[in-house]
Design a protein around this ligand. Sequence first.
Ligand SMILES: [Fe+2]
Length: 335
Amino acid sequence: MLKRLSLLATLALGAAQPLLAEEVNIYSSRQPQLINPILEAFSEQTGIDVNVVFIKSGMIERLRAEGKRTPADVVLTVDIANLAAIADSGVTQPVHSGVIDANIPPQYRDPDGLWSGLTMRSRVVFTAKDRVDASQITAFEDLADPKWKGTICVRSGLHNYNVALVAAMIAHHGEAATEDWLRGLKANLARRPQGNDRAQIKAVWAGECDIAIANTYYLGEMLQDPEQAVWANSVNLVFATVGGQGAHVNLSGMAMTKSAPHREAALQLMEYLTSEPAQKLYAELNYEYPLLASVKPSELGQSWGDFTPDPMPMAEIAKFRPAALKLIEKVDFDG
Ligand SMILES: [Fe+2]
């Protein structure tokens, strides 16, 4: 709206401005209700129109098929798996920006600038409030201890969230030690891997297991729903470490397409997404952790406690994804 008014004003003044509206096009696997408020704020501030196509799956295939004719400038997605895969598939271009480099710590960016993180997502250990002394678990490594036999619930080992966890374990301990850990974890499962992250917390509430592995933002979402809030309130949360130096984390992030038709506007948008107002909205809207140091997590996020994230660069963890997948299949984790 603002932008149209200013265009009209320009016309009225007879200025020799091009009449092409400034715009930027996004392919997003992130949900509209999460990113729309952030994109609207960007348009409001800059006058640049933002068009979004939501793509649930097949993002890379689509970008490959469209090639140079793609209308997309920017890709928004979650998980280091998707960020690394998009960069590896050659459909993005490096972005070098002093603003992004200043806002996003280097361990959350691709060293070649092919992707950057926007928010941190924390994958943690949930324990039954009434049955587990949460102080007994500080690390994901602890979950292979035979004392937890028959108590742990987790979704499929092949899900991206768990592949990243196993990849982080390999990055810290190597393949052989990670295989032992994975076998130990499998031996401690209460049931075959199944369901999504929320289903694991529900299973703790229902008494099927005492310990669950899931991402923290689901706790925030569950608390919004009267039925699920009961499940969420039955667990404690442990920011479990991998490798001893910090808690395991993952990312949501962004990349610029190789032939972005609106490169300037795209860069402006990408920089905006790392800025304070956008990072604040991210924190409030999805209980994820802002990567910009000056922005605090949501109040609920803060109530879950402080943690030091694993300092291992996400690009380094991503390198071990193929090895992680192989190990998960080798130990027949889901079987
Ligand atoms: Fe998720």
